[in-house]
Design a protein around this ligand. Structure first.
Ligand SMILES: [Zn+2]
Length: 325
């Protein structure tokens, strides 16, 4: 396991509740790794009760440590063991390590050029300050466990305008967590690494992620994503089509071209707008349907035919009337 793989492990653990790395786990780490993470303050001694893995058993079962002060003043540590009943362990074996979330928040702040982290919700949310962004500034926050059930009580401290930049250890919550605009949420596991200078963030990747969320937000909120928003949009589009191509023009095009499809194609071409054949069909129906549309108005031949029919009928009627019995 490399140091960067270990860093990933710690970052993911920062999204867990009370994850403790014990001696059994830490002794599988590369030499010096624990010291390095302690120097960064990323790991601190666990405040939970002392636990130690059994040095005698293959499965290294982990047990609660009993501390005994010997008569000579030395402190000795023991764990219970089903094989050996009681096994002495070293002090080093008893120590568990936890990710220091306050220190992690500070490391993040420093690596993006901010001064420090201020806890808003202890253990869950930190304010890291404002960073320059294009022509303004944006608040940066660090939050943990945003996929937990109580996450909404944490994110209520985040701005609803979608401008705050939220860093999380690993788990990016569902968009539905955010009551209004979804802010950029960036997982440290995607952008954090250890380099020669220590803890570092890929600022370019972070900026790209923020820009991407901004793009999505502006597209989404330009058209409205909820049901009401979609209906408003549909009405607006319909009104737009209507104003571009008034019913009369639709009907005229239908009469001229002879089919809904051909009329729609013609109008789309003329107006540089997508006019569907359904739009044409509905306009024709509003005007009384195909027969009515083809009979009315200005087609001289059609008018004459109708008129002559009427005259013929009148003539026939008069002939019936005159017909002698
Ligand atoms: Zn044992």
């Amino acid at each position: 396991m490399t140091l960067n793989e270990l860093l990933q492990l710690l970052i993911v653990a920062a999204d867990d509740v009370g994850r403790v790395f014990d001696y059994a786990e830490i002794r599988t780490w590369p030499p010096g790794a624990l010291d390095q993470f302690r120097r960064l303050r990323l790991l601190r001694a666990s405040s939970a009760g002392l636990m130690a893995p059994c040095p005698n058993c293959l499965d290294a079962h982990t047990e609660m440590v009993t501390v005994l002060d010997g008569p000579d003043g030395t402190r000795r540590y023991f764990i219970p063991c089903p094989e050996s009943l009681r096994v002495e362990v070293t002090a080093e074996m008893c120590c568990g390590w936890q990710v220091d979330l306050d220190a992690l928040a500070s490391l993040i702040a420093v690596s993006i050029g901010l001064h420090g982290a201020k806890a808003v919700v202890p253990g869950r949310l930190w304010r890291l300050g404002r960073t320059k962004w294009k022509d303004g500034t944006r608040q940066v926050l660090f939050a943990t466990r945003l996929i937990d059930d109580d996450a909404s009580s944490v994110v209520c401290h985040v701005g609803t305008h979608g401008r705050d930049i939220v860093l999380v250890p690993h788990h990016v919550p569902d968009d539905r967590l955010w009551p209004q605009r979804v802010p950029p949420v960036i997982a440290l596991s995607q952008i954090a690494s250890l380099d020669a200078n220590g803890f570092a963030l890929d600022i370019a990747a972070m900026a790209e992620a923020v820009a991407e969320t901004d793009r999505l937000n502006s597209a989404k909120h330009a058209i409205g994503t909820d049901r009401a928003g979609r209906r408003i949009l549909q009405r607006a589009v319909k009104a737009e089509i209507k104003s571009l191509v008034a019913d009369d023009a639709l009907v005229a095009a239908y009469k001229q071209r002879g089919s809904y499809r051909k009329a729609a194609e013609f109008l789309s071409e003329q107006t540089k707008t997508n006019v569907t054949k359904d739009v044409v069909r509905r306009a024709v129906q509003r005007h009384g349907g195909v027969k009515e549309v083809m009979q009315t108005h200005d087609t001289p031949s059609v008018s004459r035919t109708v008129a002559s029919h009427q005259r013929d009928r009148a003539t026939k009627m008069s002939q019936y009337g005159k017909r002698p019995h």
